[in-house]
Write a protein that binds this ligand. Structure first.
Ligand SMILES: [Zn+2]
Length: 205
């Protein structure tokens, strides 16, 4: 099988519990003697074998091969990618069966990370995720007072639109947000605005 490592948790001295996103499942597997095998990194795409265990309910992770990314040695890209993976892991908490959208999204991200600005790529990917989950609010109705927002749209956690005065935060230009929400492009935003969008995304998916 093939999947992205969402999370690893050390248990006892050398064992690991590993969460892996495959095309249609989120697997939680047990890795014996983690320290003696090749290291398993969060975010990496791996080939692996699932081994049934008669004694325990948790299945075993075997024959792990890590597949390399082109941006592996770019520290900033790797760091931002791992932040995105951590947010996704928390978001997918308790999920076992999953739409292949998520696996394909990570494939697209890892395939274009080398050429793209990492924060812009990950924000655009997050907008796609929100749309897929039916949580992208393109109508610009304030989630607090439920009135229409004009010109300056502030964003709360989950990119929920609000009036600047309702959440006491500076808004983004409506025109730029329409380009982001409709076409999934950050092109109209300057770097300072990208930082701000990045911080809002980091509040949680
Ligand atoms: Zn409002």
């Amino acid at each position: 099988m093939r999947g992205f490592v969402l999370n690893t948790v050390k248990v006892r001295d050398e064992d690991l519990i590993v969460r892996i996103l495959t095309k249609n499942e989120v697997l939680t597997l047990y890795r014996f003697y983690g320290a003696r095998h090749s290291y398993i990194n969060v975010g990496y795409l791996i080939d692996f074998v699932v081994e049934e265990s008669a004694k325990t309910t948790i299945k075993r992770l075997r024959n792990v091969v890590q597949l390399s990314f082109s941006f592996l040695f770019n520290l900033e890209k790797m760091l931002n990618y791992k932040i995105f993976i951590n947010l996704l892991n928390t978001h997918l908490n308790d999920i076992t069966k999953i739409d292949n959208f998520y696996y394909n999204l990570l494939l697209k991200i890892t395939n274009s990370m080398q050429e793209r600005n990492s924060k812009r790529l990950l924000i655009e990917s997050y907008i796609n995720l929100l749309e897929k989950e039916g949580r992208l609010h393109k109508d610009f109705i304030c989630f607090l007072c439920e009135n229409k927002i004009y010109k300056k749209v502030a964003l709360a956690r989950g990119f929920l639109p609000a009036h600047e005065k309702c959440i006491y935060d500076k808004g983004f230009s409506e025109k730029k947000l329409i380009e982001l929400f409709e076409n999934k492009k950050t092109i109209l935003f300057n770097d300072e605005e990208i930082e701000k969008l990045w911080k809002i995304m980091n509040l949680g998916f």
